[in-house]
Write a protein that binds this ligand. Structure first.
Ligand code: CA
Length: 225
């Protein structure tokens, strides 16, 4: 998922960035209400972790502004026990969930995953395109009845393609979804994985399902055997 953290306590913001990103999400961080709202309005985030007490615009107002969007991000609000506001205020303002500080990172990550499921942004357990199936829980890929051995990273890249339901997937999207720190990776690494997926999933079966979409990325087509 693409997640925005709006938190003015920098050590906490840094901790959140590291924890959320090592859980496999893309994370941006803002340290005040204005910067946070600006990112939130333009960034296309799935979930926003929003501190209640912020300099600039407070969390309640950021939350209210976000409710006006066509596809608003889900909001996980962070509140302080002795804060001026109660959880109810956050929920009234449109927050989808809240956590009271101090909270456990394990609980925070679990709540984020739950919000992702609610938003339908997590993949269903088995993906299918033509006769290609991917059980994302068992991490098992099959072409027809035949199991195809893939590495962990190959499975992730394939999951990205299959999750698009035949639509084109941008190379950058694959980088963001699959790599923990996409900014540190040569974008051409995606081509390497696409090439090895073709060798394992297409070539041995005489198929041509992993198509290049020029100027965009790739598309998985359900061609007949
Ligand atoms: Ca604060």
């Amino acid at each position: 998922m693409k997640i925005l953290v709006i938190e003015d306590e920098r050590p906490l913001a840094d901790t959140l960035r590291r924890a959320i990103s090592s859980d496999g999400h893309w994370v941006d961080v803002a340290h005040d209400g204005h910067a946070g709202l600006e990112l939130a309005l333009t960034g296309g985030y799935d979930v926003i972790v929003l501190d209640l007490m912020l300099p600039g615009i407070n969390g309640l107002d950021v939350c209210r502004r976000l409710r006006g969007l066509d596809e608003p991000a889900l909001v996980l609000m962070l509140t302080a026990k002795d804060g001026e506001y109660e959880e109810a205020d956050g929920l009234d303002a449109g927050a989808d969930d809240y956590l009271t500080k101090p909270f456990s990172l394990v609980v925070l990550l679990a709540r984020l995953r739950a919000l992702g499921r609610r938003a339908g942004r997590e993949r269903p357990p088995t993906l299918q395109v033509g006769d290609l199936t991917l059980d994302v829980v068992a991490r098992l890929c099959k072409r027809g009845e035949q199991t195809v051995e893939l590495t962990a990273r190959e499975l992730d890249v394939l999951g990205c393609l299959m999750g698009a339901d035949g639509g084109a997937v941008a190379k950058q999207h694959i980088l963001d979804e699959v790599w923990d720190s996409p900014a540190d990776v040569d974008p051409n690494i995606v081509e390497v994985y696409i090439s090895s997926l073709r060798k394992k999933l297409d070539a041995p079966f005489g198929r041509h399902t992993i198509r290049t979409v020029r100027g965009v990325g790739y598309r998985l087509a359900p061609d007949a055997p």
